[in-house]
Design a protein around this ligand. Sequence first.
Ligand code: DX5
Ligand code: ZN
Length: 215
Amino acid sequence: MKYPKIAPSLLAADFARLAVEIDKVSAGGADFLHLDVMDGHFVPNISFGLPVIESVRKVTKMELDTHLMLTDPVPFISAFKKAGSDSLTIHAELSDPSAVIAAIRSHGLKCGLAVNPDTPVVALFPHLEQLDLALIMSVEPGFGGQAFQPHTLNKVRELAAEIARRGLDLPIQIDGGVNVDNAAKCRSAGAQLLVAGSAVFRSPDPARAIAVLRG
Ligand code: DX5
Ligand code: ZN
């Protein structure tokens, strides 16, 4: 696969005009669509869920990169698959991430694992061989539009070194506060999948924003 890839986060879109918003970023060169699902428990916010994903699936062929900020994702895996998600990313802060990763893979979906800004990157290490992407959160999950936390770039570097040491083909995703001013730093630290909500959907020129994020 050719990197970097850009995944606009739908959380920053105008929810009353989703099809138009999705067309805008798709025509602008987005590679994936990042869908932030929140349960009001794992994070102190609620976003959108299955019916929205089902509708989004009908209006785009883009890969649906689904970021699950849920305390208990397992009972919903088959429903996300049915709704049209291509990959499910869960959090290393859950009580038993291995079991959730295995359940996601057993459904034939791609699986990602995320760490919050204050979770040590080594929390990802026992799972790397089972993953399709590893996500370093660069803000506390729960809300779009927050400021990028620069210290998380050290975690990207550390993870990139570990992936190289093991000879794995595992892309690193970064999510939260990514914009046209810090994207180059993200890429040079080793992030290959850049998620950006506000920087794309709130830009007067999303195609240009996507191009600059890509570098
Ligand atoms: C935060 C989400 C992010 C966020 C990105 O919980 O995981 O995907 O919406 O939005 P921006 O780019 O605005 O920080
Ligand atoms: Zn996200």
